[in-house]
Design a protein. Structure first.
Lengths: 766, 159
């Protein structure tokens, strides 16, 4: 590979100008001709049988076109376990579950009609904690669970309400504990939080006369949701079309069938008119998706020299009322929960457990933050027991190239140690530069993670080059704000020698765009980056072939740069790329290059042992460090600064890499210090607004330093790995370790609110 | 019941007949079709719908149309100066101040209001001014940087 011209450069985002001028059309902005407006009625009970629904008054309300209940939309969906009705079928399982829906001439009318629907319930026992719900004798939230259609890899368990049981078995932990000099056992808790993307959820749907269903929705996996819809409705996929308007952030919440299913169900009752269903902020908080709360029990054995010998982990994932992504969050979050360390004896049990709470789903980080909160603080406490520096302790055990991870995979291209050394150096680990001001305690901490990506998956792309030398990329990666359209354009520009300003992404439409697995799991730079690169090379080869004939020169001697093809030994002999195509194919000529990428070695983990020799196409490694000042009188944590060192393989756009990390840090800081979706003992979410759910603001953010480490993977485009998710994964644990360093007190539960810290200080001084 | 109001919207006088309880946000987005102003919460907590009303930043989800007769309203669609990006827009492009972009119009309108009042704000003043505008993507660093760059540009050009 020669010198790179565009890849590796911090070019400005190609979507920036339309965003700063208000021209970008998001899902929430979309208007369709003759559209009707839908609103849903949501359950007010956490677990109840629906005795009766009376929709008569709603149907008679002027301006109403359709009123539907579960009986009118008798469909069940689910990505890995088919357990979720489009609208409640005879019972409700959480406060906020859609029961009925109305389509009307405007939103106010629809809402007024919804208020006229009467529901009579018969309450059932409800569970709000996964430990409680999985106690022997608990009432089944899904009494038909054994009969549900499930993906092959689902592992069931006889405990009540467990929808997936992940098992990892390596060595013999009991023997490992017997050989250890120190054993430490702890229990950590992570609360449920919410994505809170700035754009609330919405979907538009229409069924035309031919029976074709079209859905306009900013969904992060249009092809996957098309499959899920097809399976639920019993339609062939070609009868369904998903069109993706711009997405105003998602972070995992905007995938699968959420608001979509209400719009789809209504569209079957509006005689061909499109229906728009918009969730308001409160509905978005409660009735879309949340991040799994988790209870993590961790037990470790170490030798007195600091060598880790054994680790046993049990995680209860709070799935909420439906399985959604819980099985795969449970698998991919539990798998690396023992941390990025060499440990000979490991046993992990992850239980995804149904509760009567809002549905937990995918959230940036996919189970890694929960495990890291426990494991990385546990590591510091182990170091303390060993009287060893936490950095030295980690360096003794940390994954390096050639290690066999406890899930059986030989690891390569591991940039973890470099992130650890750089982050701790930047925070001044081991140095005390600041004196404790009166009443404040200063502390530093850090945390490491390794994150796998969903494997195996596939990306396809096409690159079109026209006779004006303009390029259109057809790729199914969704621009959710992460900058994929800029990144993919840089890849195409690099391979074609065509300037960025001549390259555009085609809007995402499943009828037009080649298949892509999803825009999730930090997989796009690696997988779609490869696919677009291959497609661009394919287009370039065709253009080179044509040029070779015109210039009477061998293909190998041709070079592409500045929108031109030229002879390397005689750059004066050059043709504009557009002219080549025009000469060969005429004014309307278009070259199409196709590319496809699947990580062929990828293999799902064995469901009984948790083992795979290629569990992930690549791993993302990171270390973050924090310095805090804790006010001992009030318990308030003031973040002084945070440092994030991330191994990205190769930064295709360094500015956008830093932007991803900074955004991740902000989420991690929110999760560390204030975020918790509070559910009361009646199952109602108490803080479903931005007034009550504290997102970080510009006043909350400390000084941030991002360090990009490039430990390339030969399989990635130009060596790139992924980066979208890990930015928030180690943050709470790094802050937790800094708080413990400041106070000498370990706090096991998130978030680190002043109240929680105040009481921990009181308890410690009693 | 409808009320007739006359407003100046992005420099153009318009006469509208609207229900007086129609929110300014809905008036802009649904009646006039200017969807650049975003709805993030509808309760005045997120700042995504910020517009300038008689030069002052407001959450347009909290303003009733009935109050608007004679008002001068500037939205994101009116921020460009002729064909050119306003310096705050230019700075957001250049510094990477927009990711998903949904909070961006509100951020830009708030920034314009801040810089019109104080063209040389400290970092603390910028953070305070933008503290009612939530962003879930950026962590604010690049936004604050962009505001500083825009302020410097405005001071240089004496605007």
């Amino acid at each position: 590979m020669g010198e790179l011209a565009v890849v590796g450069k911090s070019v400005t985002r190609i979507d920036a100008e339309e965003k700063v001028t208000g021209q970008t059309v998001y899902g929430y902005d979309l208007v369709l001709p003759r559209m009707l407006y839908g609103k849903a009625l949501f359950s007010t009970r956490p677990h109840a049988i629906i005795k009766r629904i009376d929709t008569d008054r709603a149907r008679r309300y002027p301006g109403v076109h359709a009123v539907i209940t579960g009986a009118d939309a008798p469909w069940i969906h689910g990505e890995t376990i088919k357990d979720t009705p489009f609208l409640a079928q005879g019972k409700v399982r959480y406060v906020g579950e859609p029961i009925a829906a109305v389509a009307a001439v405007d939103e106010d009318t629809a809402q007024a009609a919804v208020a006229l629907i009467e529901v009579e319930y018969e309450d059932l026992p409800a569970y709000f904690s996964p430990e409680e719900a999985s106690q022997p004798g608990a009432v089944a939230i899904h009494e038909d669970y054994p009969k549900y259609h499930k993906a092959d890899f689902i592992v069931t368990n006889p405990l009540p309400n467990v929808c997936e049981h992940f098992k990892l078995r390596t060595g013999d932990v009991e023997q490992g504990f017997r050989k250890s000099d120190i054993i430490l056992e702890q229990r950590y808790r992570v609360p449920t939080i919410q994505h809170a993307a700035m754009e609330p959820h919405s979907a538009h749907a229409m069924v035309d006369d031919s029976g074709k269903l079209t859905v306009w929705v900013p969904n992060d996996a249009p092809f996957r949701v098309r499959t899920e819809t097809a399976e639920a409705l019993g339609l062939p996929p070609e009868k369904i079309r998903y069109i993706n308007p711009y997405q105003g952030g998602g972070f995992g919440s905007k995938g699968g069938l959420k608001v979509e299913r209400i719009a789809i169900a209504l569209a079957y009752h509006t005689k061909g008119r499109p229906v728009r269903v918009k969730f308001n902020r409160q509905e978005t908080f409660v009735s879309t998706a949340t991040r799994h709360g988790a209870i993590v029990r961790i037990k470790s054995g170490v030798k007195s020299d600091g060598a880790l010998v054994a680790r046993e982990i049990t995680i209860y994932w709070d799935a909420g009322a439906y399985s959604e992504k819980s099985p795969t969050v449970c698998i991919r979050g539990s798998l690396p929960s023992p941390g990025p360390y060499r440990i000979p004896h490991v046993k992990v049990d992850g239980y995804a457990v149904y509760t009567n709470k809002p549905v937990a789903g995918a959230f940036r980080g996919y189970g890694i933050p929960q495990g890291a909160w426990a494991c990385e603080q546990h590591m510091d406490d182990l170091a303390k027991r060993l009287r060893m520096d936490p950095l030295e302790f980690r360096l003794k055990n940390i994954f390096v190239d050639g290690d066999i991870a406890y899930w059986g995979e030989e690891l390569h291209n591991v940039g973890l140690k470099e992130t650890l050394l750089k982050a701790t150096d930047a925070i001044g680990w081991g140095k005390t530069e600041r004196l404790d001001p009166k009443a404040f305690k200063i502390g530093k901490g850090f945390a490491c993670i390794a994150k796998p990506t969903r494997t195996p998956t596939t990306s396809n792309a096409s690159v079109l080059v026209n006779s004006q030398g303009k390029v259109t990329i057809l790729a199914g990666t969704v621009e959710i704000g992460q900058g994929c359209s800029t990144m993919l354009s840089q890849v195409a520009a690099e391979e074609l020698g065509i300037p960025l300003e001549n390259i555009r992404m085609h809007p995402l439409d499943t009828d037009v765009i080649p298949f892509d697995s999803s825009t999730t799991s930090s997989r796009s730079t690696f997988h779609m980056g490869n696919a677009v690169r291959h497609a661009a090379i394919h287009a370039r080869e065709q253009i080179a072939e044509m040029t070779s004939g015109i210039l009477e020169a061998p293909v190998e001697e041709l070079r592409f740069s500045n929108a031109q093809v030229f002879l390397e030994r005689d750059p004066g002999r050059a043709l504009a790329i557009g002219d080549v195509i025009r000469k060969q194919l005429g004014l309307e000529g278009i070259i199409r290059g196709n590319g496809s990428y699947t990580y062929e070695l990828g293999k799902d983990v064995d469901p009984q042992t948790g083992h795979s020799d290629h569990a992930s196409a690549f791993y993302m490694y990171a270390t973050q460090a924090a310095e805090v000042a804790v006010d001992e009188e009030t318990g308030r944590v003031r973040l002084l600064r945070v440092v994030a060192a991330h191994d990205v393989g190769k930064a295709i756009n360094p500015l956008n890499c830093v932007a991803q990390v900074e955004g991740g840090l902000a989420m991690g800081i929110g999760a560390a210090l204030h975020e918790e979706l509070v559910v009361d003992d009646k199952g109602k979410v108490r803080n479903s607004s931005f007034l009550d759910y504290h997102l970080v603001t510009s006043l909350d953010m400390p000084e941030m330093k991002t360090i990009i480490v490039e430990c390339p993977t030969p399989d990635g485009p130009y060596g790139a790995k992924g980066l979208g998710e890990p930015g928030l994964a180690p943050t709470p644990a790094a802050i937790g370790n800094a708080v413990a360093d400041a106070l000498g007190i370990r706090i096991y539960d998130l978030p680190l609110t002043p109240e929680r810290i105040y009481w921990a200080i009181q308890a410690a001084t009693d | 019941m409808h009320t007739k109001i006359q407003i100046r919207l992005n420099g153009k006088i318009q006469t509208l007949t609207v229900p007086p309880f129609r929110l300014l946000l809905d008036l802009l987005r649904d009646e006039i079709g200017l969807t650049g102003t975003k709805e993030g919460c509808g309760t005045g907590d997120c700042g995504a719908c910020t517009v300038l009303l008689n030069g002052k930043p407001v959450n347009s989800c909290l303003v009733l149309s009935g109050e608007l007769d004679g008002a001068d309203i500037l939205t994101i669609e009116g921020l460009k100066i002729g064909p050119h990006l306003h310096p705050v827009q230019q700075a957001f492009v250049q510094e990477g101040g927009a990711q998903c972009g949904y909070c961006t119009p509100g951020m830009l309108m708030m920034t314009k209001a801040l810089l019109e009042e104080n063209v040389n704000p400290t970092e603390e003043e910028i953070r305070f001014a933008l503290s009612g505008n939530l962003c879930r993507c950026t962590g604010y660093a690049k936004i604050i940087q962009a505001v500083q760059i825009a302020a410097a540009e405005l001071r240089k050009s004496g605007k």
